[in-house]
Design a protein around this ligand. Structure first.
Ligand SMILES: Nc1ncnc2c1ncn2[C@@H]1O[C@H](COP(=O)(O)OP(=O)(O)OP(=O)(O)O)[C@@H](O)[C@H]1O
Ligand SMILES: [Mg+2]
Length: 258
């Protein structure tokens, strides 16, 4: 397996808080890697460090053999790394099409607006938002905004894609649809890191799972290994499954969200 991303003792502090601590991890091409852990574990911070939103306090980030530790977000986008945002932030006064076209322009040098819109239209069809193409982004429902977020990331033509809670707030049918899209992206050869609180999604689509707690890696293995790891149960899953027992009336995907 070809190594796509390597983290070497990556750390990020915010004042006195160690949000990510000495994290070393290697991600292979074609993996769908689940990145899970309790709220505040450092999952989003790690994505921010890799994509250049936050500087690493120490350590190195290597993408396809190249040191990208000090690159800015537009630079990591141009070399093939894309991410969705946990809190979706479309340009509300641009159309859905132009939101995606803007992402294509941000990530690919030398595109003209017509070419960017062509890429955007194709990705909107992929996520099933083509009918909303000419609406303003502010008019979209949450589920549609999540799909827009995915279309924006895919329009950046990534080889490595971080999906930060793309299923949060969606109903079961919407989650099922998102899982199909994620598998299709992986089948195209895109390496995916899936940050996800819905364990049903993690168990269904991930080939490997890593668990963060207090900024440190506490487990790394197959989905089955990880859910049976006593450390993971104590740090994260015990609490979730306890909640599941109390929420008998909710649907299967809603019930396991943290
Ligand atoms: N810009 C920031 N400034 C200061 N502290 C921050 C900043 N971003 C994150 N943190 C802190 O770093 C820690 C890790 O946060 P992070 O958002 O990475 O967690 P997470 O694992 O993504 O959690 P969640 O599952 O709730 O999304 C938290 O304690 C958070 O308050
Ligand atoms: Mg987060």
């Amino acid at each position: 397996m070809v190594e796509v991303l390597q983290l070497q003792k990556v750390a990020r502090r915010f004042g006195g808080l160690q949000a990510v601590q000495n994290l070393s991890l290697s991600i292979g091409g074609g993996e769908i890697l689940g990145l899970i852990g309790p709220n505040g574990a450092g999952k989003t911070t790690l994505v921010n460090v890799i994509t250049g939103v936050h500087r690493a306090s120490s350590g190195r980030v290597i993408f396809e053999g190249r040191d990208i530790t000090r690159l800015a977000p537009y630079q990591t986008a141009r070399i093939g790394i894309a991410r969705t945002f946990q809190i979706v932030q479309p340009f509300p006064d641009l159309t859905v099409l132009d939101n995606v076209a803007a992402a294509a322009l941000f990530s690919q040098k030398g595109l003209n607006p017509a070419q960017a819109r062509e890429i955007a239209a194709a990705q909107l069809a992929f996520v099933g938002l083509d009918k909303q193409m000419n609406q303003y982004a502010y008019s979209l429902t949450l589920a549609m905004r999540k799909r827009l977020e995915l279309a924006k990331a895919v329009a950046m033509k990534p080889r490595l894609l971080f999906l930060d809670e793309v299923n949060a707030g969606l109903n079961s049918a919407e989650v099922e649809h998102a899982m199909v899209l994620i598998r299709e992206l992986a089948a195209r050869g895109i390496t995916i890191v899936l940050i996800e609180h819905l364990m049903q999604v993690v168990m269904n689509v991930c080939s490997r799972v890593v668990v963060l707690q207090n900024g440190a890696l506490i487990a790394d293995g197959s989905p089955q290994q990880v859910v049976n790891d006593p450390l993971v149960v104590a740090a994260y899953l015990g609490q979730k499954y306890a909640q599941l027992g109390k929420q008998k009336n909710t649907g299967p995907t809603d019930a396991v969200e943290a």
